[in-house]
Design a binder for this molecule. Structure first.
Ligand SMILES: Nc1ncnc2c1ncn2[C@@H]1O[C@H](COP(=O)(O)OP(=O)(O)OP(=O)(O)O)[C@@H](O)[C@H]1O
Length: 208
């Protein structure tokens, strides 16, 4: 369960944001829609506590992330939050499977190869596990990003513009995979986008 209350953030006195309150239960999905520059990425970074809010709270289950120290925040994020960035970020010298296992390492959990293989089967890139990520197509890399975000069975999945570079068919596939995977692990899913094509795929929507 994700809840935010009265979140505000400023880059400067002239650039101040006040964000709407969110409630997203486990297994539920929420779409945050807004045009370019409305603060979508800023909002997502506040939810992940990659940025510290000026005021307000971000609560996952019973933990108010804004009350944690920087070290506690980093540990909590690694263990409980899965993030899918607009453009995939991988360690290019590592194989696909080692990029997945890195998520376990960063969360200080044992490396779970069978979970990595299971996710790769479900998301359709099992034959690429020993390749370097640069040898995969963008669509395949996006699916690896989704798998990496799911490795530690997080409570919250955050996706930043996951479909902006995809055609209609792959957009539908990626959204279906995100929803199916987050329902399976019982996480709250928050998708941030300007992509109006996603409007009908989400019953819960917030406009920025
Ligand atoms: N580090 C920063 N310092 C100052 N201003 C910033 C910084 N990052 C973002 N901004 C400004 O804050 C506003 C919101 O940025 P943000 O990236 O959150 O928007 P967005 O809705 O995600 O946009 P887009 O869809 O184009 O990615 C923009 O006007 C941007 O110029």
């Amino acid at each position: 369960m994700l809840t935010t209350r009265q979140l505000t953030f400023s880059y400067s006195p002239a650039k101040r944001f006040a964000f709407p309150d969110l409630n997203c239960a486990d297994r539920e999905a929420l779409l945050i829609l807004g045009r370019s520059g409305t603060g979508k990425t800023t909002f997502l970074h506040l939810l992940a506590l990659l940025l510290k809010p000026e005021t307000g709270s971000v609560t996952i289950n019973t933990t108010d992330l804004t009350k944690l120290s920087p070290a506690e925040t980093a540990a909590f994020r690694a263990q409980h939050v899965g993030i899918i960035y607009q453009k995939p970020h991988f360690v290019s010298s590592l194989s696909v499977i080692d990029n997945l296992l890195l998520a376990n390492y960063l969360a200080q959990k044992p490396q779970d190869k069978s979970r990595a293989r299971q996710l790769a089967e479900q998301l359709g890139f099992a034959e690429h596990l020993s390749k370097k990520t640069s040898q995969l197509s963008l669509g395949e890399q996006q699916r690896v990003s989704i798998a990496r975000a799911m490795m530690n069975q997080p409570n919250m999945i955050l996706a930043d513009e996951p479909t902006s570079s995809l055609d209609d068919v792959n957009t539908e596939k990626v959204i279906a995979l995100l929803r199916q995977q987050s329902e399976q692990i019982g996480a709250s899913l928050v998708v941030v986008t300007h992509d109006q094509r996603l409007k009908d795929a989400f019953a819960n929507r917030v406009e920025l």
